[in-house]
Design a protein around this ligand. Structure first.
Ligand code: G3I
Length: 318
């Protein structure tokens, strides 16, 4: 059977996976599947601040560079993830007693250095990640508290200066359907683009749970972003199941994956569908959601699950 990346190419999109850099380096079947099934890759952790700049001005790109070379060798594009986030920050940032001006400089320097380091090698950057609460208000994190909401447009401007060709995304979860949070993202993107801020994409993470209904208005939601003239992408798809999984849950998982992919396929400027890890062997889910798991499209032995077949079918029909 044709690998997902071949089917995705015919459908006019990229299909990606988040990559666990340790597994990529250490495990042959993992490495083989990343190369054969996917046409884009996202670093699951190794481009985040705590890895890249563990001490001020000290940069570590070893694992990220390895992923970028891997991608090049396998004809894959790289989604850079992520420049500005409240999580996985090194303690020198979170507990450094910076004034607003100093913290703005810290953010500027981090974005500029990292984006320049990868200049020309990153297709799409998740510049700002998870800046909103579910009710549509701004997340009350270190950036908002110390810099106010203008940190967002600053981040896009600095990233664009450092690599004018990278496509710059804002990325978030729980924005699959039309709701308060996706509307807040929509309003911000509309405003920033009117002001000429270099923001060219909206990333919809797609972390779903079979215990909640799948977002059946995702295509409607994505269509309004399309009209703003931005690209969209499903950036972190996975669908967790309360364990043990029964057939109903597995069916719901297949359907949820299809709902996400169909949202992308129905949207003109949706460019990529990325799963947040592809094998149940490595997933962030079980440690975060006790009693849930099996969220991915391959099982722990790298065998394709029915969710894999469901995605294949949708790509074939596209
Ligand atoms: O690297 C350390 C290691 O040195 C240490 O021994 C070990 C002990 O806990 O922790 C390791 O760090 C872990 C890191 O993953 C790398 O494995 C962190 O504890 C762990 O919290 C971290 O989890 C990541 C999570 O982001 C952090 O919030 C997940 O792998 C990653 O999949 C997840 O990805 C996020 C996206 O970036 C943004 N959207 C949501 C998504 C899921 O949470």
């Amino acid at each position: 059977p044709a690998p997902l990346r071949a089917l995705a190419q015919k459908a006019g999109i990229r299909i990606g996976t988040a990559v666990n850099s340790d597994a990529l380096a250490d495990e042959a079947p993992y490495e083989a599947k990343v190369g054969s099934e996917f046409s884009s890759v996202s670093p699951e952790n190794v481009m985040k601040w705590d890895t890249v700049e563990p001490a001020r001005g000290t940069y570590n790109y070893t694992q990220a560079d390895a992923l970028v070379s891997y991608a090049k060798a396998h004809g894959q594009l790289v989604r850079g993830h992520t420049l500005v986030w409240y999580n996985q920050l090194p303690s020198w940032v979170t507990s450094g007693d910076f004034t607003a001006d100093q913290l703005r400089q810290v953010l500027h320097d981090h974005i500029t250095s990292e984006v320049k380091h990868f200049k020309g090698k990153i297709w799409q950057w998740d510049v700002v990640n998870e800046a909103f609460n579910d009710d549509g208000s701004y997340r009350d994190d270190i950036w908002l508290q110390k810099l106010g909401p203008s940190y967002i447009e600053d981040a896009f401007r600095w990233a664009h200066q450092a690599d004018p060709k990278a496509v710059l995304f804002i990325n978030d979860y729980n924005i699959e359907g039309v709701n308060a949070k996706s509307t807040a993202v929509y309003d911000l993107v509309a405003k920033l683009r009117k002001e000429g801020v270099p923001l060219q994409g909206v990333g919809i993470q797609g972390h779903l749970d079979t215990q909640y209904p799948a977002p059946h208005d995702i295509a409607t939601n994505m269509a309004r972003f399309d009209k703003l003239g931005v690209q969209t992408a499903i950036t972190e798809a996975d669908v967790r199941i309360p364990l043990p999984a029964d057939n109903t849950e597995v069916e719901a998982q297949n359907e949820a994956y299809q709902t996400l992919l169909e949202g992308c396929l129905l949207t003109r400027n949706c460019t990529d569908f990325t799963v947040w890890g592809f094998t149940d062997k490595y997933s962030w889910v079980p440690s975060t959601f006790k009693g849930e798991g099996q969220a991915n499209i391959f099982d722990e032995n790298y065998q394709p699950k029915t969710a894999y077949t469901a995605l294949s079918q949708d790509l074939r029909l596209a």
